[in-house]
Design a protein around this ligand. Sequence first.
Ligand SMILES: Cc1cc2nc3c(=O)[nH]c(=O)nc-3n(C[C@H](O)[C@H](O)[C@H](O)COP(=O)(O)O)c2cc1C
Length: 263
Amino acid sequence: MKKVTAFIGTQTKSHTYHAVQEFENNLKQYSEIDFEYVFLSDYHLEFCRGCMQCFDKGEEYCPLKDDRDVLLQKMEHSDGVIFATPNYAFQVSARMKNFLDRTAFIDHRPRFFGKTFTAIVTQGIARGGDILKYLYFNGENLGFHVSEGCCVTTREPMTGLQQKEFTQRIKKASARFYKALMRPTQPPSFFRLMLFRLTRRLVESAGEKYRDYHYYKEKGWFEADYYYPTSLGVIKRLAGYLFDFIGRQIVKPSNPGVTDQWL
Ligand SMILES: Cc1cc2nc3c(=O)[nH]c(=O)nc-3n(C[C@H](O)[C@H](O)[C@H](O)COP(=O)(O)O)c2cc1C
């Protein structure tokens, strides 16, 4: 049975929660799913102090002792995750942003491969589409395979048409998510392949004083085609060589400043 966890960035059991409930009900029509609700407000998560210890030395050096790792374990133990947030001042809620900040070190050392991610945004009026894109980008950076989610407008009183649209959007998003959840791991896009090849050049050049270097070495990523075993095919394989070449041109040992700016 697949395990799906929804991380919810609001403490009100209102529109965002209802959207996630609707998503869960749809999902369970396809097969049995172990579905968990995680309200970020129920966990102790302090604000990032910007000390960079997690990036540079490792996440265990974070001076904040709170529930960060409990939340990370929940992601680790899930086959699929949903980040659900209301639109607050045209962005994710502060709770959701803090969660993203506190897990941002994983952008450097991605780990959630073979897992599916989606996002649900609820809003009164507008700009939720940009928030979705922002969440997708974060999901990909953490290593997830991203399935297109949905943004729903919840301003009260909802007309019959708005209610229908709410139901339809969530239904379609849950169908996409279920399909992605059941699909084997896919090869990367050209963009993601390029990011991997250029990033590893930066990491290699930055050297052993950074945790990322050791992480990449442990994982065998300096020699690998991609983060996880996959069949690239001829064209992507050639593109990979090209990205490696470009990486070597941009980040030369004689030009270490490039690395310091980027890492
Ligand atoms: C502080 C605050 C800021 C908000 N800012 C926006 C906004 O910028 N754009 C928008 O469309 N809706 C905005 N809304 C409306 C909420 O996104 C909308 O009501 C959402 O469905 C609330 O979710 P909830 O009921 O789960 O808390 C805001 C609401 C609050 C409380």
